[in-house]
Design a protein around this ligand. Structure first.
Ligand code: ATP
Length: 481
């Protein structure tokens, strides 16, 4: 599995999906760039989400709020006070670690060695310390369990300190009194603070949702597993505003709807599971993660949270503005105006990208007898594939390139296409397999006579002869949403 994951990462780079940021300067850790095919795949995932959430639900609208927001928002949301990781430094190696991660690793080690009782006791002690925000206790546990720095091997630890995950920067000119602002660590707050704007301007009635896709920034200390945990990433979030008391119903609804969205891509059900939270954040009354089985284990891809009226109430408090919904249909006057409850669905676009890539990646042995052959194919769902079809003239002469260009010009308004005339046809097919193109369309001498082309399907590698005039329908049928 390690091997497979390494191959996927290498493939992503070699074929223009994902690059390390600032690579020629030796990179910037936990920051990545999307290449020419990666950007297309990412856009297609966004479209799939946007269509499912906004286009198919009459009562959900999409917005695009700014990354910079008033600094008070992050006080109201609890991020200034609470969006922290407990960190500890080793004085010898000068390396910084998440204290809870060091303990988790120790617990895993105890479990591996069959010391179950020890593992459980440490888990409980750590959970208690985290809950009570007792950081000196965390340090005690690290010392009691003789946890050494994996780099220096020493146990020369500093105190445990809180480390806020938000990036900050200066807003406006750097004169005295310049204001500190944060890069948003989630897109959700941009939705909450626009609740009233959208509700009023769109005359929205509860229940209704506001969706948004956008960048978020977290100064993650432990950045691991490629694009699973990045410092700059993208979220696709939807806040669904509901009447208090209906939250369990809507929570169940969105749990099911969101899993369906994942499974509609054809991924096997076994790869997914729900992880219901037993320990809830203070503002939540139900929460679950949709987890996917990556080569390195099950990991959260999406969170679904019942957030009560926590966020809107906090913004009422901090802004002094009323953030309520007035329900004219409610006969009980006392209940006519209320702060809505919220069910949130929050999915990481980059994690969804990684999931899609891993799921699609296949190394195939195509050897026949002594004839060795193999290919790497990305079996993307056609709607997500970066390139929908590639037009290949069999040779570079006899008017075939001109005919191929002709066909391409007719189709390129509707589909993202590629044209390729370099190398043997077999090599060209392999290149398209490696980027997951569902169709290869070959223009040969017969095409000049009867306007037919061969169309090769990526997964089966079966070729068929069809009329060039039917291509639009054939491709359209397969790659449509
Ligand atoms: P984790 O526990 O993995 O750090 P989280 O519970 O903090 O995630 P949320 O705050 O619920 O995550 O964010 C919602 C989604 O945003 C996650 O399910 C994940 O897909 C994505 N996400 C969160 N942090 C990152 C990150 N650093 N890099 C990439 N995606 C992220």
């Amino acid at each position: 599995n390690d091997e497979l994951f390494k191959n996927v990462i290498a493939h992503a780079k070699e074929y223009g999906f994902v690059f390390q940021s600032s690579e020629i300067y030796d990179g910037l850790s936990a920051v990545y760039d999307y290449g020419q095919y990666g950007a297309e795949l990412k856009n297609n995932i966004k479209t799939y989400w946007w269509k499912a959430m906004v286009q198919l639900n009459e009562n959900i609208v999409g917005i695009d709020s700014a990354i910079f927001m008033h600094p008070k928002i992050w006080e109201a949301s609890g991020h200034v006070a609470g969006f922290n990781d407990p960190m500890i430094d080793n004085k010898d190696s000068k390396k910084r670690y998440r204290a809870d991660q060091l303990l988790e690793d120790k617990i895993a080690k105890y479990e591996k060695d069959g010391k179950t009782a020890k593992a459980e006791a440490l888990q409980t002690a750590m959970d208690d310390a985290l809950k009570a925000e007792d950081f000196s206790r965390l340090k005690e546990l690290i010392e009691e369990h003789e946890i050494a720095d994996p780099v220096s091997g020493t146990r020369n630890w500093t105190e445990v300190r809180q480390f806020n995950l938000m990036f900050s920067t200066q807003f406006g000119a750097m004169a005295e009194g310049s204001d500190e602002v944060y890069l948003r660590p989630e897109t959700a707050q941009g939705i909450f603070v626009n609740f009233l704007n959208v509700q009023k301007s769109g005359r929205m009635k509860i229940p209704f949702g506001i969706a948004q896709i956008g960048k978020a920034f977290r100064n993650e200390v432990i950045a691991r597993q490629f694009i699973l945990r990045m410092r700059e990433f993208e979220q696709m979030e939807m806040q669904f505003f509901i009447k208090p008391g209906t939250e369990m119903e809507w929570f169940a609804h969105w749990k099911e709807a969101r899993l369906k969205w994942h499974l509609a891509l054809g991924t096997s059900t076994e790869k997914y599971r729900f992880h219901d939270h037993t320990k809830l954040a203070h503002y939540a009354n139900a929460a679950t993660d949709i987890e996917f089985e990556f080569p390195f284990g099950f990991k959260e891809v999406e969170g679904i949270h019942s957030r009560t009226d926590f966020d809107l109430s906090q913004h009422e408090k901090y802004s002094g503005k009323k953030l309520r919904f007035f329900d004219p249909q409610e006969t009980d006057k006392e209940k006519q105006s209320y702060v809505p409850y919220v069910i949130e669905t929050s999915i990481g676009l980059d994690r969804m990208f990684l999931l899609t890539l891993i799921n699609a990646y296949e190394e195939q042995d195509l050897s026949e007898g002594d004839k060795k052959d193999s290919r790497v194919v990305l079996k993307f769902p056609p709607a997500l594939a970066p390139i929908k079809a590639t037009i290949l003239p069999l040779t570079k002469k006899d008017g075939l390139p001109e005919k191929a260009r002709d066909i391409m010009d007719k189709l390129k308004l509707d589909f993202n296409l590629q044209y390729d005339e370099k190398d043997s046809i077999g090599k060209r097919y392999r290149r398209q397999d490696a980027i997951g193109t569902p169709f290869c369309i070959t223009v040969d001498h017969q095409t000049l006579e009867d306007n037919t082309v061969t169309i090769r399907e990526r997964d089966t590698m079966i070729q068929e002869r069809v009329n060039a005039d039917d291509l639009e329908k054939i491709i359209g049928d397969l790659v449509s949403w």
